[in-house]
Design a protein around this ligand. Structure first.
Ligand SMILES: Nc1ncnc2c1ncn2[C@@H]1O[C@H](COP(=O)(O)OP(=O)(O)OP(=O)(O)O)[C@@H](O)[C@H]1O
Ligand SMILES: [Mg+2]
Length: 247
């Protein structure tokens, strides 16, 4: 059953890809990259209009830097524009995630009831495969996996970790889904395992730097394939309705 649904998903994605490539090629040398609005205030202008549709973006940062909020804001933007979304959580419970979101005025339950949004709680110790059935049923355009770092708890060796993640990202991208993966940074690098960044098409780095009695929060767009990005470190703030890039 799952295999059949997966097969169907692939066929739909392949058809969409063909339609899109003929739509994009107005003449031989012009290729328009389809963009997905990030929903983070001020971020799209740093990335030529948003993330590349059907790509994967790693949101990395230490604990408490805003990775979860960033991802929720991204999904909320989609829902407002009739793009269904799925939040796969390996850390917080679905209830906690919904409470995190409500603080910013994002009532995900409303969309859940309409069948446009779903939180899937994964117990990383039991199973790291995804039920694409649920993602296909919702016709999800946006998926978040928070966080992929926890996969390291079940998969010791880096090579199989990389392959597993690669498969997972591929299956989502084949469906035309734009996926955000969060990863915790510990020390140097962009991720806990040191493999996630090589699989992602884009990397956003969030930081919280101690400044006297407060912390300065920053965002850096490290890479977005097929995109001229605005380089450098940008200050960000958490407003009552989400994260905003200041400069
Ligand atoms: N309403 C709010 N206004 C301002 N800042 C907030 C608000 N809600 C949460 N924060 C800040 O957001 C941070 C937590 O964000 P978030 O949970 O997205 O971090 P995270 O990177 O996902 O952390 P972890 O790695 O532990 O999951 C906290 O440090 C908190 O100070
Ligand atoms: Mg989090």
């Amino acid at each position: 059953m799952v295999a059949k649904v997966e097969e169907e998903g692939k066929k739909i994605a392949a058809r969409k890809k063909t339609e899109k490539s003929s739509k994009n090629k107005t003449h031989q040398n012009s290729y328009k990259v389809e963009r997905v609005k990030t929903g983070i205030f001020g971020l799209d202008k740093l990335t030529q209009g948003g993330f590349v549709e059907g790509s994967s973006v790693l949101v990395s940062g230490e604990t408490g830097t805003g990775k979860t909020i960033f991802c929720l804001q991204y999904l909320w933007e989609g829902l407002k524009n009739d793009e269904p979304g799925v939040y796969i959580t390996l850390e917080e419970s679905a209830e906690e995630i919904k409470k995190d979101a409500l603080v910013f005025g994002w009532d995900f339950e409303k969309y859940e009831k309409e069948g446009k949004f779903k939180i899937i709680e994964k117990n990383v110790f039991e199973d790291i495969n995804l039920e694409f059935f649920e993602i296909d049923e919702l016709k999800a355009k946006r998926v978040v996996i928070d966080s992929v770092s926890l996969f390291s708890l079940v998969i010791e060796d880096k090579a199989s970790m990389r392959n597993k993640l690669k498969e997972l990202i591929k299956s989502l991208k084949e469906r035309g889904i734009t996926v955000l993966l969060t990863s915790e940074i510990v020390g140097e690098g962009f991720s806990r395992l040191g493999v996630e960044e090589f699989l992602a098409d884009g990397i956003i780095v969030l930081k919280s730097i101690p400044m006297g009695k407060t912390n300065q929060r920053t965002l850096e767009v490290r890479k977005i394939r097929r995109t001229k990005i605005s380089e450098g470190i940008h200050n960000i703030e958490f407003y009552k309705n989400g994260i905003k890039v200041l400069d």
